[in-house]
Ligand binder design. Structure first.
Ligand code: ZN
Length: 282
């Protein structure tokens, strides 16, 4: 269906498959992609014939995170006419698009499954943490290297809940990517498959779950989510979102721009991280 520019929506039996479709930019997320994604999740939630929602991505990588290219017409510009940024505008926008959407998707009363290949960098985790189950291909890698921008992690801090405190610190401090094998060992992903079998395996799981009673599934999801929520999950996410914004505020106070590093610097930093990991393996 061609109604969206960056996302595809398909129905297969009782499964809705939402596919990130910006492979030429490694599925980096601009505002329009996030709005389209939200529209697709809304549609899947409303459709009584949809029992399970799959989130997947075309191309080599699941997502390179947020689009940091300030020239993209489908990305909002929050800059003032003089090029500087104001924290209150940034905060309001991210509260809706980078945190609010993720929180909303986390609470959809239907099982959600992500199929992940290649790299999942920073903002990609805002899409993954809210999903109920994650299926990965062997080449999947998970990283949040935004400390290089002088920020303590992305907007939706699932890290500590998903990985445990020490692994979350490892991920954030070292900026290294956790491999699919590590993610399986941590319980972050439920299974790992060769790349060419990823979608088939994920859809099979989705079809299997979608045959179960919809209200039972919704209540099972609510039971687990509610258990996290009474332990402070939502309160912790909210306060870490604010910590994230002291990072933006700090960068703005120094450079006028919300992150200390621009797109090119980020690319260089990722390359350096990769080279270091490769050197260790050799
Ligand atoms: Zn941010």
């Amino acid at each position: 269906m061609g109604e969206h520019k960056y996302v595809q929506y398909e129905i297969d039996g009782r499964v809705a498959a939402i596919t990130l479709d910006r492979a030429d930019k490694a599925n980096s997320q601009n505002e329009r992609m996030l709005d389209e994604l939200d529209a697709c999740f809304d549609r899947a939630e409303r459709d009584d014939d949809v029992g399970v929602i799959v989130l997947r991505a075309n191309g080599k990588h699941f997502s390179a995170g947020h689009d940091l290219n300030t020239g993209d017409p489908d990305q909002v510009s929050l800059a003032e006419p003089d090029g500087r940024y104001q924290l209150h505008k940034m905060y309001r926008w991210e509260a809706k698009k980078y945190f609010g959407y993720s929180w909303k998707w986390r609470n959809i009363p239907k099982p959600t499954i992500a199929a992940v290949q290649g790299r999942c960098i920073a903002g990609a985790l805002n899409l993954l943490w809210p999903m109920d189950l994650i299926v990965a291909s062997e080449d999947a890698r998970f990283e949040d290297p935004v400390v290089m921008m002088a920020i303590g992690g992305v907007e939706y801090h699932g890290h500590t809940w998903e990985l445990g405190a020490r692994r979350a610190k490892d991920m954030l401090f070292t900026q290294r990517a956790f491999t699919a094998a590590e993610a399986l060992q941590f319980g972050l992903v439920r299974s790992v498959h060769p790349r060419e079998q990823l979608w088939e395996e994920t859809m099979e799981l989705a079809h299997h779950i979608s045959q179960h009673n919809a209200f039972g599934l919704a209540q099972a999801k609510r039971a687990v989510n509610q258990t996290l929520d009474v332990q402070g999950y939502y309160a912790a996410l909210q306060s870490v979102f604010d910590i994230h914004h002291t990072g933006h505020g700090n960068a703005m106070s120094i450079t006028g721009f919300p992150i200390l590093m621009r797109l090119e610097g980020m690319k260089e930093g990722l390359k350096a991280n990769e080279a270091r990991e490769a050197a260790k393996k050799a």
